[in-house]
Design a protein around this ligand. Structure first.
Ligand code: NAI
Ligand code: 13P
Length: 332
């Protein structure tokens, strides 16, 4: 790959630009705010999202979409899930027709319940083989510090996934390929919801048994939904599933876990979101995942309780009680 455009100059778009540059690719990072892009271009640092991280010289930044996208062979979409469709619609006219579109967003669209690859295909008219997703245990701050991490590039076309794998393979970033786009995307989206729940238990001062129980049962309900939607069950035991779930639920760097923790300590959703300051996809995605599950007749009790807390303002302690007192059953 000689030229990749990264749309979204937040924490992950910036850190992934570094990965691509370290893998030998020229990167143009696009963001809405001209002042931030100029600062990144001039100082090789993103002061708002990754202060103190020196970006490689091959990472350029611009707020001009025409400049960012001209001649790009790959367009990386590092925008929040709930704005991806609208933003992409506005940028569509500048997208090179043959570019591969790689989504980094971990969420499900509110209202439509579309996964991000579905949004991308619908908005751009691209074929499934031209759309890929990157997901896994990839906390931006650790990757920016070049700490080791594995990841998954999923695409219906294995050769496209392999090309993308090559484009972001570095000594500290090890991507695997997968053709199960549905499973990888669902796993990445739902883990943010489960991380909110785990964060709440931390905020309430509950222990590791509670966290491990939520992680395990959270993975069970994610897999149930995935199977219903045609995913490969093995995906949920892999990096996109268990890997990302564990990283997000245990890391102090996770915005979703952190937001959950604030809720557990008694803040309202608005207060917790404002204190978090960056995108925490689980808040909105909890509602769309629950809606998706209902449409497919799948039970997702943890997601249901997270929705009660974030949308209806239920107390996290009540949500724990509701989960613990559900009717007893066989483990599945
Ligand atoms: N930060 C991380 O560690 C990781 C994040 N992700 C996912 O990547 C996606 C992006 O997240 P982050 O970069 O972390 O978020 P962030 O909150 O750090 O940055 C979001 C960026 O999108 C921009 N933005 C927001 N609305 C926009 C719009 N309408 N049009 C154009 N730009 C807009 C913001 O200005 C900001 O630059 C999310 O889906 C997240 O779940 C995935 C893996 C790791
Ligand atoms: O997706 C992530 C790690 O893989 C980042 O998680 P947060 O969005 O909760 O920070």
């Amino acid at each position: 790959m000689s030229h990749v455009a990264v749309l979204g100059s937040g924490s992950w778009g910036t850190a992934f630009s570094q990965v691509l540059a370290d893998a030998g690719t020229d990167v143009v990072l696009w963001g809405r705010r001209a002042a931030l892009c100029e600062a990144i271009d001039r100082t090789h640092e993103n002061p708002d999202y990754l202060p103190g991280v020196r970006l490689p010289e091959q990472v350029r930044a611009t707020s001009d979409p025409r400049r960012a996208l001209a001649g790009a062979q790959v367009v990386v979409l590092a925008l929040p899930a709930q704005t991806l469709g609208t933003s992409l619609g506005q940028l569509r006219e500048h997208l090179p027709a043959s570019a591969v579109l790689l989504s980094l967003a971990k969420g499900v669209e509110l209202g439509t319940c579309r996964r991000m690859s579905e949004v991308v295909q619908d908005v751009t008219g691209a074929a499934a083989e031209q759309v890929a997703v990157l997901t896994g245990p990839n906390l931006a701050g650790e990757i920016a510090a070049r700490q080791p991490s594995a990841s998954v590039v999923a695409c219906a076309d294995e050769q496209v996934a392999a090309r993308l794998q090559e484009a972001c393979f570095t000594p500290y970033f090890r991507p695997y390929t997968n053709t199960d786009v549905v499973g990888c995307e669902l796993a990445g989206a739902v883990k943010n919801v489960i991380a909110l729940a785990v964060g709440m238990t931390a905020g309430m001062g509950l222990g590791d048994n509670a966290k491990a129980s939520l992680i395990t049962r959270g993975l069970a309900e994610t897999s149930r939904l995935g199977l219903e939607l045609g995913a490969d069950p093995m995906t949920f035991a892999g990096l996109a599933g268990l890997g990302d779930l564990v990283a997000t639920c245990y890391s102090p760097l996770s915005r979703n876990r952190g937001l959950g923790e604030r809720l557990g300590r008694g803040m309202s959703v608005d207060e917790a979101s404002a204190a978090t300051g960056q995108t925490a996809e689980g808040v909105k995605t909890a509602e769309s995942v629950l809606e998706l599950a209902r449409r497919h007749g799948v039970e997702m009790p943890i997601t249901e309780q997270v929705v009660r807390v974030v949308r209806e303002g239920a107390a996290p302690r009540e949500a724990v009680g509701a989960l613990m007192l559900r009717s007893t059953k066989a483990e599945r």
